[in-house]
Design a protein around this ligand. Sequence first.
Ligand code: AMP
Ligand code: GLY
Length: 438
Amino acid sequence: MKSGLDAKHLRPVMTTSKQRRGKLTKALIIGQGAREHAFGWKLAQEGVELLFGPGNAGTRKLGHNLDFIDPEKDDISREVIRFGHEEQIDFIAVFHENQLKKGLVNRFTRAGFATFGPTIEASKIEWSKIWANQFLDLYGISHARGVKFFPEYDFVLPNNFRVVKADGLARGKGVKIAKTIREIPKLVTELSIQHPEAAREILIQEFLEGREVSVQAFSDGKNLIFLPPAVDYKRIGEGNQGENSGGIGSFCIDTWLNRQNEAEVKTIMKKLVDFLALNDRPFYGLIYGGFVLTKDGPKLIEVNARPGDPETQVILPRLRSDLFPVLQQSAAGQFDVTSLDWDPRVAVCVVLCSEGYPGKPIINRVIHGLNDLPKDILVFHAGTTLNDKRELVTSGGRVLSIVALGATLEEARAKVYEAIKQVHFEGMYFRSDIALNV
Ligand code: AMP
Ligand code: GLY
């Protein structure tokens, strides 16, 4: 076993013995979303043998779904490690934020598996917004300023401090925006009821005006390989109205960032990774910066420690280079790859949701029409499963990501919406204004 870093941050490196014996690399992806399906879709084209824990009805066409893995459970490490040794798994990728917080990557790494994803220490940048706020403050990294909420404030918040965020993980639903600072206590109470665990502590952030962009990069602890910028639609309703969801539409177009913004966001992300390493929290995996492009330049509003969903669904279809070497080198703590080759076309994704989402979704509804879609339409599954009759049915809030590439956003979105006309399940909901008028 060799390591890309010093002994303290020893990274198991995938053995090549199997490759020498002419066998495929066997990789396990932990998770069950459309993001995981998209990673699997790309890796399958590169000849990787895939297992998904637990996966969904889409991933089962690419490999084996391991139903005994439930990422919502507290500790899945023992069963996965045992299975991994028995089945000679070469590589594990962890994207699921709850499991990052539980230290799954630390445990797999200690057990000797080459593992893609940050440690519990590095992923704190996502799973505690209050800690992230202090960290960004301390190192002068450009971000929305914030303060921890105390009911008994003895000072008055500036008027623009009206974004109320749960400190912990709330599946993208832990943010509320107050109309005035007077509304803050009410929103704090609502968050505490909806997310008792995540909202035990609250961060109040300044509200930033400007266009949003998600900037993602693979990291080997020191170096970054950037992905093209993507835009994610979080609000459930048309015209960005209504509650926040986990993200129900996205697009990816290089020109979303001008040269100056691009240079600035890259500098900010690099600084972030450098300071995490300096703090003894080297970041291996994919780091995600949610930015607002303000008139004073790009500022972070959130940092995630894993690929975005539905950003992944519009980025990976554009990736022409092999993905697996990047994941493997990131996990090993040493990139040899320095840049990636991208399809110049743009991509649009519309997420088909279940009735009830982002609240409690109504599930077990039969999905029709996927077999009739044109060949250039990509479908990434999330909340799907097979029922007793082997019919494809819904099993969650975000059900399917429908994706198309095009020369322009107009062309790509027209293809997606045309394809959606063929797909149906009872109570199906989607936004009709994704990538419209941008
Ligand atoms: P987050 O989960 O932190 O990305 O927040 C969800 C959405 O809330 C973002 O995509 C923004 O639209 C909005 N938001 C969050 N923080 C801010 C902020 N500081 N200023 C303006 N909008 C924000
Ligand atoms: N789309 C935002 C996220 O994955 O957090």
